[in-house]
Design a protein around this ligand. Structure first.
Ligand code: NAD
Length: 224
């Protein structure tokens, strides 16, 4: 990859780690983020310290189509990570979840489709919630840990051919956006990929009871 990479939600947990890695590889990174998630401004400060010349920031809401269009200008690749990320919040405010996760993903896709210049690769952060509650996947206890019983699933995860079964408004908004991305790749030949991730955890994660539980379980005791 060369040139300038746009990361929506780039101040967040996954986005800031990705921005760090891309900037370390010598790429220019434009972070587009509203800083809606408490604490993520600290991730931006960390990135700016590490890469003073390569990290650029645009503070804007992903629902601001004019700002998004401006951010896409000159982007050579896009990672779309900005989202309403919590299942709990999606249940209390499904309309906001729909607007942030599905409507804006569609707007972004359509802006990319209509953009002049060469094709711009897109990676979209989807979720394992598109597969439902996965209640049929057997677990077993080994020592202190619960592990997946099927060695194939344990080794490589859920196969992407598994039947879709969106659960919760968050699962629906992410899952519908996931399908739009795959279909725009098919219908318009856009170079795009979807990652259906499960509970990611790691440094720079502002885990709370609503989302980012592994981090949450570690942060709470550390804070007493
Ligand atoms: N962390 C996980 O376990 C996990 C699992 C599956 C999918 N995902 C997806 O990966 C992506 C990144 O997740 P994360 O864990 O880094 O979350 P995060 O909350 O740390 O990052 C999301 C970023 O988006 C920004 N944002 C939120 N609403 C916005 C808006 N309206 N406009 C602009 N920016 C906005 C936030 O400020 C934040 O910086 C999300 O799309 C999430 O749904 C995460």
């Amino acid at each position: 990859m060369t040139g300038r990479v746009l990361i929506t939600g780039g101040a967040g947990f996954i986005g800031s780690n990705l921005a760090d890695s891309l900037a370390a590889d010598g790429l220019e990174v434009l972070i587009y983020d509203s800083l809606a998630r408490p604490g993520v401004a600290g991730n931006l400060a960390w990135l700016r310290r590490r890469h003073p010349t390569r990290i650029h920031v645009m503070r804007a809401d992903i629902r601001d189509a004019a700002a998004l269009r401006a951010a896409l200008d000159g982007a050579d690749a896009v990672f779309h990570l900005a989202a309403q990320v919590a299942v709990t919040t999606s249940l209390t405010d499904p309309e906001e979840d729909f607007a942030v996760n599905l409507r804006t993903s569609f707007v972004l896709l359509d802006l990319l489709r209509q953009r002049s210049g060469g094709p711009c690769p897109l990676v979209f952060a989807s979720t394992n919630k598109v597969y439902g509650d996965l209640g049929d996947i057997a677990l077993e206890k080994r020592g202190d840990a619960w592990v997946l019983r099927d060695p194939a699933v344990r080794g490589t995860g859920i196969a992407e051919g598994r039947r879709l079964d969106f659960h919760t408004p968050y699962g629906c908004s992410k899952g519908a956006a996931d399908q739009y991305v795959l279909d725009f790749a098919r219908s318009y030949g856009m170079p795009a990929a979807v990652m259906r991730m499960s509970c990611i955890y790691g440094p720079r994660q502002m885990g709370t009871e609503d989302q980012g539980w592994v981090a949450h379980f570690l942060i709470r005791p550390l804070r007493g």
